[in-house]
Design a protein around this ligand. Structure first.
Ligand SMILES: NC(=O)c1ccc[n+]([C@@H]2O[C@H](COP(=O)([O-])OP(=O)(O)OC[C@H]3O[C@@H](n4cnc5c(N)ncnc54)[C@H](O)[C@@H]3O)[C@@H](O)[C@H]2O)c1
Length: 340
C-alpha cells in the first residue's frame, strides 16, 4: 500500500508543478462530474462534537476505485496553533477491495476546493471579471487565488479577515504575484465593486459575513465556509436573489447556505447541481446582471478526483513509500500462520 505523507505530496507537487497540478485536477474534476451517474454517493455522515465536526466521505465509481476521506472542522483550533481543517484519505481497488494508497489530504483538500471554485468561477462568473474579493485569509485563501487566477485575468485582489495576522500572512504569500493587492478594513470595502467574491471564513454559527445590501448585480460568489449544520456565511435574502449551483443537493441541503431554505424554497430556488452545468444541461449564468452563487460544501467525488490524480502521479514520479498494510500469504485462508 502506497503511503503519501505531507512531505511526499509537497515533493510530488513541486515535481509536477503547482499550477499544472491545479489544472490537471480541474480537468479530472470536470471529467468526473461529467460522468456523475456512474458514482455511488451519499451525503457525508457528520458527528458534531464540542468545538467542531468530524466527517467521513465515501464514494465509489463501481469500476475501478472506491475512496474515502476523513475530515474535520474545528474553527477554534488556530488559537492553540492547530489547523482548522485536517484530512487523510484512502484509495481502494474496487475489483479486490484492497487498499491502494493512504494519503495526507489537508493540502489536497485545499487544492481540490480551490480547483472546484475555479471551475465554478469559469462556468458562472462574467468572462471579463478581474477583481476578486477574498473574505477570510486563513489556510484556504492563497489556494483560492491561485486557482481562480487560472480561469480569469485577475488584476486586483481585495482581502479582509478579522485577524490582522492572517491578513499579513496572506499579503506576504502573494506579494510577488503581479496583482494590485488591496488590504481592506472591512468585508464591505472588499466586496464593493468586486466581480468575484470567495468567502472562506470559519465559525460554527450563522454569520452574515457578507451582507446582502453589499452584493451588487453581476457578481459571482464562491461560498465555502457554510459547510455544516448551523454554519453559514450569507444572508437568506442573498439566496433568493441568486442563481444557485450546489455540488450535490442531498448534502448541500443539510450543510450548505441552502440549509436556510425550507425544502420547498430549496427546490424552487436552487438552479442545479454542478454536474448539470458541466454536461450542458443547465447554464451557469444567463445574463450579465445575474448574481451567481456556488454554494460549496465539498463532496466525496472531489476527493476521489484528487486521490486518483495523486495516485497516478505518485506512480509516474515514483514518489511515496510502500508499506505492508495487508497480510501477504501463500494460503489466503491461513491468516493465523502470521501469529503462530
Ligand atoms: N467547501 C469546501 O469544500 C471547503 C473545503 C475546505 C474548507 N472549507 C471551509 O472553509 C473555511 C475556511 O477554512 P480554512 O482552512 O481557511 O480556515 P482558517 O481557520 O485557516 O481560516 C479562516 C479565517 O476566517 C477568519 N474569519 C472568521 N470569521 C470571519 C469574519 N466574520 N470575517 C472575516 N474573517 C473571518 C478567521 O480569522 C480565519 O483567519 C472553513 O469554514 C472550512 O470549513 C470548505
Amino acid at each position: 500500500m502506497k503511503i503519501i505523507t505531507v512531505e511526499s505530496l509537497t515533493r510530488l507537487i513541486a515535481r509536477h508543478g503547482y499550477d499544472k497540478f491545479l489544472l490537471d485536477l480541474m480537468h479530472g474534476l470536470k471529467k468526473d462530474f461529467g460522468r456523475w451517474e456512474v458514482f455511488t454517493q451519499m451525503p457525508r455522515p457528520a458527528m458534531h462534537v464540542p468545538g467542531g465536526v468530524l466527517e467521513l466521505m465515501p464514494v465509489c465509481d463501481n469500476e475501478k476505485y472506491y475512496s474515502f476521506k476523513y475530515v474535520n472542522c474545528h474553527p477554534k483550533n488556530t488559537l492553540s496553533g492547530n489547523l482548522t481543517v485536517v484530512a487523510t484519505g484512502q484509495l481502494v481497488d474496487v475489483a479486490t477491495g484492497y487498499p491502494l494508497m493512504f494519503c495526507e489530504m489537508t493540502i489536497l483538500t485545499a487544492l481540490r476546493t480551490a480547483a472546484m471554485s475555479a471551475l465554478a468561477t469559469d462556468m458562472m462568473s462574467r468572462k471579463e471579471s478581474k477583481t476578486l474579493a477574498i473574505i477570510g485569509t486563513g489556510a484556504q485563501a492563497e489556494f483560492q487565488l491561485s486557482a481562480i487566477s487560472l480561469v480569469r485575468k485577475i488584476k486586483e485582489v481585495r482581502f479582509f479577515d478579522l485577524d490582522g495576522k492572517a491578513m499579513d500572512k496572506f499579503e506576504e504569500n502573494v506579494k510577488n504575484k503581479s496583482l494590485n493587492l488591496r488590504r481592506c478594513a472591512s468585508a464591505e470595502e472588499a466586496v464593493n465593486g468586486a466581480d468575484i467574491i470567495t468567502v472562506c471564513t470559519a465559525k460554527k454559527a450563522r454569520v452574515a459575513v457578507v451582507k446582502d445590501k453589499w452584493i451588487q448585480k453581476g457578481v459571482h460568489i464562491n461560498a465555502l465556509g457554510g459547510d455544516t449544520i448551523g454554519k453559514t456565511e450569507l444572508e437568506r435574502s442573498t439566496l433568493f436573489r441568486s442563481r444557485i449551483a450546489v455540488e450535490y443537493f442531498a448534502q448541500a441541503y443539510i450543510e450548505g447556505e441552502i440549509q436556510r431554505f425550507s425544502k420547498k424554497e430549496a427546490l424552487q430556488n436552487v438552479t442545479c447541481e454542478f454536474f448539470e452545468i458541466i454536461n450542458g444541461l443547465k447554464k451557469g449564468r444567463e445574463s450579465k446582471d445575474e448574481i451567481t452563487l456556488f454554494d460549496s460544501v465539498g463532496i466525496a467525488l472531489e476527493d476521489y478526483s484528487a486521490l486518483r490524480l495523486t495516485y497516478e502521479l505518485s506512480r509516474k514520479y515514483n514518489i511515496g513509500e510502500n508499506f505492508k498494510m495487508v497480510p501477504e500469504l501463500s494460503d489466503p485462508k491461513d491468516l493465523i500462520s502470521l501469529l503462530l
